[in-house]
Design a protein around this ligand. Structure first.
Ligand code: ADP
Ligand code: MG
Length: 625
């Protein structure tokens, strides 16, 4: 029974209009992608039905799920027909009339104006249906769910659409494209066949092309990952990667494994070349697709990979989970745990292999995803050693801009009596390379790793040691740091500066724990070091910025270079006011060199100016010559 109703005319939601316009205009040189998008929707609808039929087998009955392409040269139309779930009237309005996704705004922001780049964004943000208007000046959608009456939707893509009841009897959706004159090539069977092979070969639903009276299945119609490796080449793997990720860059490497034994599953893991836009978003869920016995169960099954591998893409298909598995069930499930730990190993295998055999590509990977991989040092004790070998660092032993040093290389370069792996943390590479903390190490010929990501403070702390060598922050007063750069002159200088360091301690009370003669410095007058058990100054700063308590806050130690003229002048200054000026300036300078902030910058400026003017007055000839 059908209800005759007048067609209702509706407006597209404002954002939808904007997307529509952009899609039509920016994709002009990539028209063919419309077919990929519409076939992918039809195939999704079939997969959804197959999934619903798990609970209600009657839904599927004896039907074979398929997607049919029907070109009609006389009418100038191309139909994409499926017998999937179909849509109710409300769903049609929701899905085709509005863009209710949060990704849409971002899609609009991300458009670059470069149509090649924008073309692949379409799928990524789920605005695929509108690509129909690239080649059609009118689109008609006929659709029916099993349990609701059929609906007819049509639009010319100019801002309005019409919706009315229809008497289509069978379940599914038909999208009819009234092709523009210049796009009639998409009526040619040869062209359609070529496009299906290019974009949709790996879909497990058969795609049937009707030409005249003949019908032929044009894709492989077999779940891609079930095909033997020997049958698949790099292009096949890349095409499937692009299909599941909508990432047109392609994958860097992949691993395809069939595991038979205690647990049976097939995994296909890809390492992407570029990062998704939301890699660092807190709610971002990484993870891969989960299939149970070829049936798609869910996207982004975060339980299958730890967060520090959230850049991996791909899927797992297993026979050892129930088809009605829910996200709740995935948590604390022993089968899932076992698959997960195998996937972690495989991912690390992939990365190790890349690092060993394609170091330039590994460097690219590191630039894109290194910060995420580092999280594994903090989160996954069991994999710490393997991850540690994959870390890459800037180092005083390499001048380049790219982090290249490995811990293994560092250890092999260590001096015979060197006790620790030395590192320095700073906000930028330039700040690290120019840090006063490096002076003594440079003079002693000791290599120092330069860590400039915020997370590095935690990474270094959790890593703690590598191959039995402790990691030591050069900006700390810990014994194995101080002893590395000990010089005989230092001991002699200590008594000569005893009076000065004591006076400093009093003047800078509340700012420093104490003042000491240093062996760390060759060029700078002073430096601040963290107490042996205190956290580093930079860590303290990061915690403060994050509004967190720092229970380990301790005052730093001010260390002096006994050979520096400014320090000698300080020692010889009897006048208390001048001594205080110099003392504060030394402290403030050291704080600035740490990347820290001054409590009162204006006073610092005034003191520096006062000292400069005094200097002019005292030594006019030197200054003027
Ligand atoms: P996406 O596929 O990323 O969700 P689309 O713009 O391609 O975005 O499709 C929007 C929505 O319209 C789909 O999510 C789906 O709910 C619905 N849809 C599109 N085509 C079909 C179809 N052939 N059968 C059933 N529903 C469909
Ligand atoms: Mg789609």
């Amino acid at each position: 029974m059908t209800t005759e109703t007048q067609p209702q005319i509706k407006e597209f939601q404002a954002e939808t209009k904007q997307v529509l316009r952009l899609v039509i205009h920016s994709m002009y040189s990539h028209k063919e992608i419309f077919l990929r998008e519409l076939i992918s929707n039809a195939s999704d609808a079939c997969e959804k039905l197959r999934f619903e039929a798990l609970a209600k087998p009657d839904l599927l009955g004896a039907d074979t799920l398929s997607v049919r392409l029907v070109p009609d040269a006389a009418a100038g139309t191309l139909s994409i027909k499926d017998n999937g779930v179909g849509m109710s009237e409300a769903e049609v309005i929701d899905n085709l009339g509005t863009i209710a996704r949060s990704g849409t705004k971002r899609f609009l922001e991300t458009l670059s104006g470069d149509s090649a780049k924008d073309a692949q964004l379409i799928g990524q943000f789920g605005v695929g249906f509108y690509s129909a208007f690239i080649v059609a000046d009118k689109v008609t959608v006929l659709t029916k769910r099993t349990d609701t009456p059929a609906v007819l939707w049509d639009s010319d893509g100019e801002g309005q659409y019409q919706i009315q009841a229809d008497d289509k009897p069978d379940r599914g959706t038909e999208v009819i494209l009234h092709l523009r004159d210049e796009d009639k090539e998409f009526l040619e069977p040869a062209r359609l066949r070529q496009l299906v092979r290019k974009y949709s070969d790996h879909l497990s639903i058969p795609i049937i092309l009707k030409s005249g009276e003949t019908e032929e299945t044009v894709n492989q119609a077999k779940a891609f990952w079930t095909r033997p490796k020997s049958e698949l080449n790099d292009e096949d793997y890349q095409a499937f990667y692009k299909h599941i990720t909508h990432d047109s860059e392609g994958a860097r490497v992949w691993a395809h494994n069939k595991v038979e034994g205690n647990i049976e599953y097939t995994s296909l893991l890809y390492l992407p070349k570029r990062a998704p836009f939301d890699l660092f978003e807190r709610e971002q869920k990484g993870g891969i697709q989960l299939y149970v016995k070829r049936v798609f169960i869910m996207d982004k099954a975060a339980e299958l990979l730890p967060p520090w591998l959230r850049f991996m893409r791909g899927l797992v298909d297993t026979a050892d989970l129930p088809l009605n598995v829910s996200r709740e069930l995935l948590q604390n499930n022993r089968t899932v745990e076992k698959i997960k730990s195998a996937l972690v190993k495989r991912s690390l295998d992939l990365l190790e292999d890349l690092a060993a055999n394609k170091p330039e590509e590994y460097a690219e990977f590191w630039k894109t995803f290194g910060v995420v991989l580092k999280e594994g040092i903090i989160e996954d004790l069991g994999q710490k050693e393997r991850i540690a070998k994959l870390l890459r660092f800037h180092s005083t032993a390499a001048a380049g801009d790219a982090p290249e040093a490995t811990l293994e290389q560092y250890v092999s370069r260590m001096k015979t009596d060197q006790k620790a792996i030395y590192y320095l943390t700073a906000d930028t590479l330039a700040a690290a390379r120019n840090s006063p903390h490096l002076e003594g190490f440079r003079a002693s010929g000791l290599e120092v790793l330069l860590l400039i990501d915020r997370i590095d403070e935690w990474v270094a702390g959790h890593l703690h040691e590598f191959e039995g060598k402790t990691l030591a922050n050069v900006a700390s007063s810990a014994a194995d740091v101080a002893s590395a750069i000990e010089t005989p002159e230092k001991a002699a200088a200590e008594s000569a500066f005893k009076d000065t360091t004591e006076r400093l301690g009093k003047i800078l009370l509340g700012k420093i724990a104490s003042a000491q003669v240093s062996a760390r410095l060759t060029d700078s007058p002073a430096v601040l070091v963290a107490g042996e058990f205190g956290v580093s100054l930079r860590m303290g700063r990061i915690l403060k910025q994050a509004g967190q308590n720092n229970p380990f806050a301790t005052l730093p130690i001010l260390e002096l270079n006994p050979k520096h003229p400014l320090v000698l002048r300080l020692r010889d200054t009897k006048d208390e006011a001048t001594f205080a000026d110099l003392a504060h300036v030394l402290y403030d300078q050291a704080m600035l060199a740490e990347g820290g902030e001054l409590d009162d910058p204006a006073i610092f400026v005034r003191r520096v100016n006062r000292l400069i003017v005094e200097g002019f007055a005292a030594q006019p000839k030197i200054i003027l010559s």
